[in-house]
Design a protein around this ligand. Sequence first.
Ligand code: FDP
Length: 369
Amino acid sequence: MDHAADAMHTDLMTITRFVLNEQSKYPESRGDFSILLSHIVLGCKFVCAAVNKAGLAKLIGLAGETNVQGEEQKKLDVLSNEVFVKALVSSGRTCILVSEEDEEAIIVEPSKRGKYCVVFDPLDGSSNIDCGVSIGTIFGIYMIKDAGAARLEDVLQPGKNMVAAGYCMYGSSCTLVLSTGSGVNGFTLDPSLGEFILTHPDIKIPKKGKIYSVNEGNAKNWDGPTAKFVEKCKFPNDGSPAKSLRYIGSMVADVHRTLLYGGVFLYPADKKSPNGKLRVLYEVFPMSFLMEQAGGQSFTGKERLVLSTGSGVNGFTLDPSLGEFILTHPDIKALDLVPKKIHERSPIFLGSYDDVEEIKALYAAEEKA
Ligand code: FDP
């Protein structure tokens, strides 16, 4: 009998045990984050069960409302939002919640407040619900010092200030991917136990990938660098093989594949949507946080006058009094963006380090030209 393999199957690293282990590294910690996470995990389990039963329970269909982006809201979106809002408020560890489904941020009543702000999309990729394609929940967490004085500005912070981010994918299996700022780990729900078990420890994205992922139907409206990059994926001029195209149209599923297999996911700006489609706080930031933690990178492509010399991208602003461009944005990353509104959008290019580096170089070349 293989005792080592047996030990692996009986010594299960659940997500709770994992987070408690992490917590024990910080003796001053009071366990607030573990409690918050256990409420997020509960929300994910609930939504997973609802997604699995959706067809049966006739949950699919319009709820008769539209969300703040003017998109049709499905019953599952409404339900998922309610579940997460209630789970987060009842944790007693949150003070501000921003949900894709709610126009305004929720400021938690003082008696239930804690020090964490959670930004989330309770059910991302909802246009895929009716055909059973993988969808997911995305979340990012900020921590503030004084929960009593919580203000909206506390969530209008750059993504690099997040203390944790993750997503849960409701697919052929239910997978929760989490980073608390020291690497990325993936947990799969064991339905017989009702527990998320560590199945993907210390995820690292390949340095260069063989896949690109984009909605090519928007190609006629792309800017130069995006068009050049995609052209190069299909017709490489350096002797490398052409990349494969994979696009599900559900961010969690597309990013999950990118994280595990490598490559690049892009939702660029185009003439019709100059800020792209994806939302900064609860799509771009959490996914960028995970990518960086897994050794990849993330870029908005939007900043003005960016210059790359092969070791990162830097931003310069013209000082009119000097008539000189001064270095103001060293090594621009998506996580440096400072959102002005809670539902702001941004173009995004994220994935394998070398692939994103190529995109940055194309933007830098265009700006220079
Ligand atoms: P959806 O509209 O189905 O909710 O931001 C939402 C999102 O899906 C992402 O999950 C997905 O990556 C993207 O939009 C797909 O947009 P396109 O249909 O324009 O490609």
